[in-house]
Design a protein around this ligand. Structure first.
Ligand code: SIN
Length: 196
């Protein structure tokens, strides 16, 4: 599976002249930043739902046995809750590499709990990318997540850390909660190393 969106993202220069950029994270970027930031605030965006429909051939699976990670799908009226980071533009360079398996920078409006809004970026893996897996039966998605393992560790770590982080934020996400329940039942161990 050859897919690398790094250069496409680097051609996206929309915020290059800004001193700082808001980045919205909804997957591993909620619970594992792994980069320096100026500020971190819970936030939400409108019109998107979180789904474990993106393949991970590089972090949480392999080209032969990809894992499943989160992406966003357009859904009018939906709200997706996550974490916003105020970062310098240079911080996007390593993030473009981390998110290279199909994710593209997308400009979006971030909404904060106090009613403030800001223009920012989020990384979205759209349905036309080569690593997109799409929907499957919940039991099949959970089995794939429970079994996949990649250079960053078990796929189940990604899901269960995200489920815990959403709980801590007080965010109800039935899709993530259902997959987490199924994966915990499949593999009862809670021994999770920190990785993307
Ligand atoms: C994100 O977390 O915002 C993007 C997807 C990921 O890195 O898990």
């Amino acid at each position: 599976m050859v897919l690398d969106t790094t250069q496409r993202n680097r051609r996206m220069t929309h915020f290059d002249d800004h001193e700082a950029i808001w980045l919205f994270g909804y997957g591993s970027l909620i619970w594992k930043a792994g980069f320096a930031y100026l500020e971190r605030r819970p936030a939400h965006i409108h019109g998107w739902v979180r789904r474990f429909w993106q393949g991970s051939h590089d972090h949480r699976g392999t080209p032969e046995a990809p894992g499943r990670v989160a992406t966003l799908l357009p859904r009018p009226g939906a709200v997706c809750h996550g974490m916003a980071y105020r970062i310098t533009p240079e911080t996007l360079r390593p993030l473009d590499v981390r998110e290279k398996n199909g994710y593209l920078r997308e400009i979006t409006t971030l909404h904060f709990a106090d009613g403030d809004t800001a223009q920012g970026l989020t990384y979205i893996a759209t349905e036309d990318n080569a690593a997109f897996l799409g929907e499957a039966e919940p039991a099949a998605m959970a089995r794939q997540i429970a079994e996949a393992h990649g250079p960053s560790g078990p796929n189940s770590d990604y899901l269960l850390h995200l489920a815990d982080a959403l709980d801590a934020l007080g965010v109800a996400d039935p899709h993530v909660a259902d997959l987490a329940r199924r994966v915990r039942a499949h593999s009862p161990t809670d021994d999770r190393p920190q990785a993307r």
